[in-house]
Design a protein around this ligand. Structure first.
Ligand SMILES: C[S@@+](CC[C@H](N)C(=O)[O-])C[C@H]1O[C@@H](n2cnc3c(N)ncnc32)[C@H](O)[C@@H]1O
Length: 216
């Protein structure tokens, strides 16, 4: 099993270009038609902020709840004034000013439920949202002991699958139209993860009225 320390090492290796960026190149490709110079990008659950490197022309804001990740990210990008980081809990509220493009990879499945996290991410999106998470025909809420050894007895880690229908109904309720896109990295094939079969998909969603000025 991957421990929390192993995971931090992995995030640092991605930041330092020591290993391939897996999901990021396909994400950039999916967003290519929407990207214009000077646009703003929000990366929710950014960890060490390594995704910023794939969008060098955009104003990047990475948010996360883990101070340790943010500290590493801030040091790494200290000389890049297009890249900023903020401590923010997406379960609590949307970010203050919507960003044109929002990306959210491998975060939702670890929340206890789809909403309010997903709705807060949608409310933070001005134009285009790209999520990558475990999806299937039905919702499956599943937990395993925390991978952090000190918390293993007390804290559970969620490894949920959400229903396509719930994702698309939530998007529709907030004025977004979405499309499911195959995840090239895993080929959207089921994998055995944390004791369950899980399948990654991208969903790209566009705000119908994409002036991005009002909160939904
Ligand atoms: C599995 S990691 C994915 C990191 C990164 N998005 C990636 O693709 O490599 C999940 C990230 O979401 C962050 N996270 C978890 N709950 C969060 C919350 N409520 N608000 C903001 N970030 C959160 C974690 O700290 C962690 O950095």
């Amino acid at each position: 099993m991957v421990t929390a320390t192993d995971y931090l090492d992995l995030l640092i290796q991605r930041l330092n270009d020591e290993i391939p960026l897996t999901w990021i190149a396909p994400a950039r490709q999916i967003l290519e038609p929407d990207i214009q110079p000077q646009m703003s990008l929000l990366d929710v659950g950014c960890a060490t902020g390594y995704a910023a490197k794939a969008f060098p022309e955009l104003d990047y804001l990475g948010v996360d709840v883990e101070e340790k990740y943010l500290e590493i990210a801030r040091i790494h990008f200290a000389k890049n004034n297009r890249v900023n980081f903020l401590s923010h809990d997406v379960l609590r509220e949307p970010i203050d000013n919507r960003r044109d493009i929002v990306i959210l990879n491998a975060v939702l499945e670890h929340c206890s439920t789809l909403n309010p996290a997903f709705e807060n991410v949608i409310a933070s999106t001005g134009k285009v949202l790209l999520i990558r998470t475990f999806l299937g025909e039905s919702q499956q809420i599943h937990t395993v002991p925390s991978p952090k050894p000190a918390f293993a007895d007390k804290v559970r880690k969620f490894s949920n699958q959400y229903a396509f229908m719930d994702v698309f109904r939530t998007l529709e309720r907030h004025g977004f139209e979405g499309t499911v896109i195959r995840d090239r990295y895993t080929d959207s094939l089921p994998r055995y993860v944390d004791g369950s079969m899980r399948t990654f998909y991208f969903v790209k969603a566009t705000r119908r009225d994409s002036t991005g000025d009002n909160r939904s």
